[in-house]
Design a protein around this ligand. Structure first.
Ligand code: GDP
Length: 297
């Protein structure tokens, strides 16, 4: 299960302070040493850990006295609030264009789960938000990606736009937007090309696509299992292309948690969805507070 080691460590650390009727500065210090180790062990970015420890320490030492909580409980509350803030605070909704269709570009490296997530997102938007999505197969370099998306579309009953004769992804996307306008699809989800590494060609192609379709969302799909690599990839996509949010996949695996806890703080871009399995309904909106509760028990 994801976050298992982190959850266990943090919970046992907080357990020690929970019942305390008086929390001294030395108590806070000792606790924060353990919290720091737990976060580093979970592969959280070093600077993110430092800032987090500093914020919690300041608030925990100089905490406001609340009658309803013991000082120990008060410290735990601070940790939970800061952990929630670290992951973005509020849940961030998907942008909706006032002039349909809403255009969503899905970007990311090969294997992150981009094509699967495109299908899952179409499914979620249709089932939970009553939207009428059109999927677009613009990952033409990986031939299997087009047929994979077509298969997903069939399974879900969501139409997929693809083009056999057109080898230009930007043209494919433009044609898809035209079709969406004519046939009244309110959301267009474009599965763009992925590559093994972030390189100039990939970025140039994505920039051209961005220019041509003027997306409401550019969602970067990253694999939570890859830890700090996922954070580095997010930093580069964010800096070079500009993204509006992140989808963190494979959170059903035994990821230590580093990507989930670092991405927002490093890139300042929200995690909007998390992938919780291979099934097509295993995509959930991301709620920082719920995730913090899960970690802290
Ligand atoms: P792409 O190359 O980025 O388009 O990646 P794919 O969509 O083909 O996904 C790569 C693999 O990851 C596939 O086997 C997917 O089933 C799997 N996958 C995607 N999302 C998740 C997830 O949230 N959990 C798990 N366990 N597997 C996932």
């Amino acid at each position: 299960m994801a976050f298992e080691g982190l959850a266990e460590r943090l919970q046992s650390t907080l357990q020690k302070i929970r019942g305390k009727g008086k929390v001294t500065e030395a108590d806070v210090k000792a606790m924060m040493r353990e919290v720091r180790l737990a976060l580093l062990y979970a592969d959280v970015n070093l600077k993110v850990v430092k800032d987090f420890i500093q914020r919690v320490s300041e608030r925990a030492v100089g905490q406001e006295v609340m009658k309803s909580l013991t000082p120990g409980q008060q410290v735990i509350k601070v940790v939970k609030e800061e952990l929630t803030a670290l992951m973005g605070g509020e849940a961030e909704k998907l942008a909706v264009s006032d002039k349909p269709p809403t255009v969503i570009m899905m970007v990311g490296l090969q294997g992150a789960g981009k094509t699967t997530t495109s299908g899952k997102l179409a499914n979620l938007l249709r089932k939970k938000y009553n939207r009428t999505p059109l999927l677009v197969a613009a990952d033409i370099y990986r031939p299997a990606a087009v047929s994979q998306l077509q298969t997903l579309g069939k399974q879900l009953g969501v139409p997929v736009y693809s083009s056999e004769e057109n080898a230009d992804p930007v043209e494919i996307a433009k044609q898809a937007l035209k079709k969406a306008a004519e046939e009244h699809y309110d959301t267009v989800i474009i599965d763009t090309a992925g590559r093994l590494h972030v390189d100039e060609r990939l970025m140039d192609e994505l920039k051209n696509m961005k220019e041509a379709v003027d997306p409401d969302e550019i969602l970067l799909v990253v694999d939570a299992m890859t830890g700090q690599d996922a954070v580095n990839v997010a930093e580069r996509f964010s800096g070079q292309l500009g993204i509006t949010g992140v989808v963190l996949t494979k959170l059903d695996g035994d990821t230590r948690g580093g990507a989930a806890l670092s991405i927002r703080a490093v890139t300042n871009k929200p995690i909007k969805f998390v992938g919780m399995g291979e099934k097509l309904d295993a995509l959930e909106p991301f709620h920082p507070e719920r995730m913090a509760s899960r970690i802290l028990g």
